[in-house]
Design a protein around this ligand. Structure first.
Ligand code: RIB
Length: 302
């Protein structure tokens, strides 16, 4: 079993299910409200742990009821949360999520996630160095990411960056990133475009990979997942499943990918399993609710 350290955010997701977004200045009546533990960091850690990776989550909560709830929830997963720090006088991160019939809209208020700093990385450095894979996203300060990725790289730990939400720092982080997993929008931003036409996506991925050593995997929603192997583009198609909620699908992909790679699985096999896991995760409401166990991912093969 491989060891994974996930450094990142944890949020309380407040999910409002509604038929449509209100217009500016308008009030509408929604259908349902749910509270789920989320945050890209915590979600990815849960996905890795459910897949069977020996996973440590590194992040911060605030001194409030949500902080206690998310800590309790994470403790009930097969996760090492002993280094999660509680900060005084600040609230736990919150994500306000509008779940619409066609997709979702998310606004994150960072709270304690903003206080995940270099000093914290120093305190948990041994957890990072002892891991096979360090997995990070961009819901904590970018200076912290820069510092943690460098520490991991210097110590021979495989580094995986999920560049979400996108930030212009990504290009600068690349020398310390082994694997980069943008979605199509984030990949377009990385190459300085607003959008890459679908017909140009494959050649754009190939061209980027030819000039970079960081291994690129572009997650493409219903199109599947694309990467380059032996100078050829490989696209692993998405499974055709009933979609209830896509929140956390990318997190499931990243968590399983990290766990699979940490145990020495081949790159292609790890991508295939991570993609299947993401397909299972979208079948329930909430980022973590539908995240599968390893057994469920393997069983979904047939
Ligand atoms: O990727 C989904 C996550 O993004 C949600 O759980 C929310 O907390 C935001 O961080």
């Amino acid at each position: 079993m491989g060891k994974i350290a996930v450094l990142g955010s944890v949020n309380m997701d407040i999910v409002i299910t509604t038929g449509r977004m209100p217009k500016v200045g308008e009030t509408i009546i929604g259908d349902q409200i749910d509270y789920f533990v989320g945050g890209k960091g915590a979600n990815q850690a849960v996905a890795a742990a459910r897949f069977g990776g020996k996973t440590t989550f590194l992040g911060k909560i605030g001194q409030d009821t949500f902080g206690e709830k998310v800590y309790q929830h994470l403790s009930e997963e097969q996760l090492d949360v002993r280094s999660v720090a509680q900060e005084k006088n600040i609230f736990t991160g919150i994500a306000s999520i509008f779940k619409l019939p066609q997709d979702n809209c998310i606004t994150v208020i960072s709270g304690a996630n903003e206080l995940v700093d270099r000093e914290y990385v120093d305190q948990v450095a041994h957890q990072i160095i002892e891991s096979d894979v360090l997995l990070v996203q961009i819901e904590i300060p970018v200076e912290t990411l820069q510092y943690a990725l460098q520490l991991a790289k210097e110590n021979g730990v495989t580094t995986l960056l999920n560049p979400a939400p996108y930030h212009d720092i990504v290009g600068e982080l690349l020398p310390n990133v082994d694997i980069l997993t943008p979605n199509e929008t984030e990949f377009a931003a990385l190459i300085g475009k607003e959008l890459i036409p679908e017909a140009e996506m494959e050649e754009t991925i190939l061209a980027w990979q030819q000039t970079h050593t960081t291994r690129l995997i572009v997650t493409r929603g219903s199109q599947g997942v694309s990467f380059v192997e032996s100078d050829k583009l490989v696209t692993v198609p998405s499974s055709k499943v009933p979609v209830v909620d896509t929140t956390g699908a990318g997190d499931t992909f990243n968590g399983i990918l990290a766990a699979a790679l940490s145990e020495g699985m081949s790159f292609k096999e790890a991508v295939i399993l991570a993609n299947r896991g993401a397909g299972l995760s979208v079948q329930k409401l909430g980022a973590q609710t539908g995240m599968p166990t390893r057994a469920a991912v393997i069983a979904s093969e047939h």
